[in-house]
Design a protein around this ligand. Structure first.
Ligand code: 3H9
Length: 699
């Protein structure tokens, strides 16, 4: 039974028990309606709704979306609760989210533990609160605060929720006893049936112009997304229409959202993020190794960011550098990053100091002797990395996990520099490592199962999204990125400007365009890497001649004030630079390319389908465990719009046959070298199968 009802003296107690997060499944909805009905006819004087387990209801059951709806609907449940002739009190703990918080808002009173938080995160799933949230929240907190809360979707701590009037009382543990006492107090005082629906919003509290301005701001902040705009319309309806009509409008727009491709994509990413850490073929009883101390080699931007990630999770870190000066620089960089976070009001000074104290420096490998996990973040050179691992092999205790942060190199070759390849693994962080959520975990051929299990567990512990990859050049993310970056270079030499390429892709939804990213990372990085290669290894010169020419002019990107763009030395604002166009034209002439007008559509197709095609190869070779993992890599590591679901979901949503056909067209125009359709894509189209079907039956 996921919902039970009992009388505790004169208070009816409804308990929802539907692990793991008490989602409002069909059984829960039905149970709630029945329990409220029961309470109407017994001797109870008030009713308390409480949840078992780690949290109050965390929302509608997302896995039910996309299936035929079953009665009672969530709005029916809310109506039944609100219409109760006896006061209903929600007792909140954990995270009361989405439909869960909407249920609380339909109750007549709300109490919560101080550790609880409430929120309407639907927008993060491409939805809007569809059970009265958009109508009730503005009645409690006003229009502007409701707009902010519901379009951002972030949780609000109990104390703040009480200040705003979203909850009535913050209570102590144990929750049920406190809630019973609170309910008895209300009964004793003859507290009225206080229905949020009856609160009116002053019709002139927010003007049409203010709504329009809010919409315009959202258009910038959440470019391309439909749900935030619909949320504004719902809140506008809350102000301008009677409650029931407002609810009708909310329902209509909720259904539009629920049926939208954007919501399907965001729901896919929600589940893909949670599936990614699960390792196929790893027995459930594989125990992770203990990780209570970590060593990082390299105190640069990357090493420092990794150190902060562990310190932020309360794990002590030893940071190793080659000299006292380098160490001091590294520790200063970390201190600076923490003080920036404090100055932004995101962390208290005391917490920042506590975290910083967890990071201590050394220049002596011997200090790593007792550590559980060591991560190398040194210069990207096989020789250097092998030397480091040889050292680690000598000093680290047996069973210590030895990890490399390489972004391209062969983890097996690095592991072979030790006498314990079973303990070696890749932990590929993304810069800035203390901010970016993606962690590629790269298993070598000999990496032990418990080392993989530990990496996935520790990844979650430091609040990253760990995704497992096998060894290949660039693993999942950077291997695909090479194809994407290639198209940026080719589109430029064939006729597009850097700003046209970047604009086409950011308008499509990418967080940044590839050339702006190139300027941020530094054009010299690829240039230096190419210096070590033969012409044959470098491949088609059209894919790097512009970058090389800019690097040789000293235009290395943002750090030199000029790269594909020019940067204002004061504000760092970027602008197009005619000099770059001259470079592009000169290189085109040198390569014998006649430049032409290229449409934005072609730019988008070429970049995104280059990712997709390589993604299919990665899947087929077993480099990634599942298509959703590739999507998670791109959304959390490369600024791919989450509302498009990642490259593989995007391909599926477009239809694999259409994607295949377009790739064939590109092959016919641009040649086989870059555009041969991936065999797996070809096979699925031939067999008229979807990726989802292939996941179920990979053969
Ligand atoms: C909504 O409410 C719409 C209404 O307005 C209107 C309707 C008409 N459903 O994240 P975790 C699963 S929309 C189904 O690892 P945590 C999750 O997949 C909803 N399943 O735990 C995972 O499964 P598994 C609005 C759900 O402690 C397991 O629970 N609500 C749901 O780190 C544990 O999840 C939201 O958007 C769900 N609603 O974080 C809240 N939620 O173990 C979404 C979770 O098999 N949920 N699961 O991989 C969350 O934000 C987090 O899960 C939460 C717990 C903070 C609650």
């Amino acid at each position: 039974m996921s919902v039970t009802y009992k009388l505790v003296d004169d208070i009816g107690v409804i308990t929802v028990d539907n692990p793991p997060v008490n989602a409002l499944s069909h059984a829960v909805r039905q149970g709630l309606v029945e329990a409220i009905a029961t309470a109407q006819d017994d001797s109870s004087k008030a009713v308390v709704i409480v949840c078992a387990g780690r949290t109050f209801i965390a929302g509608a059951d997302i896995s039910e979306f996309g299936k035929p709806p079953q009665e009672p609907s969530l709005p029916d449940v809310m109506a039944a609760v609100e219409a109760s002739a006896k006061p209903v009190i929600a007792a909140l703990h954990g995270t009361a989210l989405g439909g869960g918080f909407e249920l609380a808002l339909s109750c007549h009173y709300r109490c919560a533990l101080g550790s609880a938080s409430v929120g309407l995160p639907e927008v993060k799933l491409g939805l809007l609160p569809g059970a009265g949230g958009t109508q009730r929240v503005p009645r409690l907190v006003g229009v502007e605060a409701a707009l902010d809360m519901i379009t951002a979707g972030n949780p609000v701590a109990a104390s703040e929720a009480a200040r705003l009037g979203l909850i009535d009382e913050v209570v102590g543990e144990p929750l049920q006893e406190s809630a019973l006492a609170y309910a008895r107090g209300l009964v004793a005082h003859g507290a009225p049936l206080r229905r949020v629906r009856d609160i009116s919003i002053a019709p002139d509290s927010y003007s049409n112009g203010q709504f329009d301005a809010y919409r315009a701001r959202l258009n910038k902040r959440m470019r391309g997304q439909e749900a935030p705009q619909r949320i504004v319309s719902c809140i506008e309806a809350a102000m301008t229409l009677p409650f029931d009509e407002g609810l009708k409008k909310e329902r209509e727009l909720f259904i539009e959202c629920r049926e939208s491709g954007q919501s399907a994509a965001l729901r896919h990413i929600f589940f893909a993020e949670r599936t990614a850490p699960k390792v196929v073929g790893l027995s459930a009883d594989t125990a992770a190794r203990k990780v209570a101390s970590v060593g990082i080699i390299g105190g640069g931007t990357m090493g420092g960011g990794i150190a902060m990630s562990f310190a932020n999770a309360g794990i002590p870190v030893r940071l190793l550098e080659v000299s006292d000066e380098a160490l001091e620089r590294g520790l200063k960089l970390i201190a600076r990053n923490y003080s920036i976070t404090v100055s932004k009001g995101k962390l208290s000074e005391a917490d920042a100091a506590a975290r910083q104290n967890l990071i201590t420096g050394t220049t002596d490998y011997q200090d790593f002797a007792g550590l559980d996990l060591v991560i190398e973040a040194v210069f990207e050179s096989m020789d250097v990395k092998r030397q480091v691992f040889g050292q680690l092999d000598k000093v680290c205790k047996p069973g210590a996990i030895l990890a490399t942060n390489t972004s391209y190199l062969d983890v097996n070759e690095i592991a072979a520099a030790t006498s314990r390849p079973q303990d070696v693994i890749g932990l590929h962080f993304f810069s800035p490592a203390n901010v970016m959520k993606l962690l590629e975990v790269v298993r070598g051929e000999q990496t032990a199962d418990d080392v993989i299990a530990t990496a996935m567990k520790i990844g979650k512990q430091i609040r990253k999204v760990p995704v497992l990859a096998r060894v290949c050049y660039g693993f999942i993310g950077n291997r695909m990125l090479r194809q994407y970056a290639r198209e940026a270079q080719l589109c430029m030499i064939e006729g597009a400007s850097p700003e046209q390429i970047d604009n086409a892709l950011t308008t499509w939804g990418m967080a940044m365009g590839p050339l702006a990213v190139g300027d941020l990372a530094g054009i010299d990085i690829g240039y230096k890497a190419r210096q070590a290669l033969t012409d044959e290894q470098k491949g088609d010169p059209r894919t790097y001649c512009i970058a090389d020419a800019l690097a040789e002019m000293g235009r290395l990107g943002q750090k030199t004030g000029a790269g594909y763009y020019r940067y204002d030395p004061e504000t760092r604002a970027r602008s197009a630079d005619p000099e770059v166009l001259e470079v592009i034209e000169a290189q085109a002439t040198r390569m014998g390319v006649t430049r032409r007008a290229i449409s934005d559509g072609e730019i988008v197709d070429r970049h995104i389908l280059a990712l997709v095609n390589e993604g299919f190869r990665i899947l087929e070779e077993g480099i990634a465990q599942r298509p959703g993992d590739i999507d998670v890599v791109y959304v959390f590591g490369y600024g791919f719009p989450s509302w498009r679901g990642g490259p593989m979901f995007y391909a599926e949503q477009q239809g694999l046959a259409r994607v295949y056909e377009r790739i064939c067209q590109l092959r016919d125009t641009h040649g086989d070298a870059n555009w041969t359709p991936a065999p797996l894509l070809e096979q699925l189209v031939r067999e008229n199968r979807s990726l989802a079907d292939w996941v179920r039956q990979p053969a």
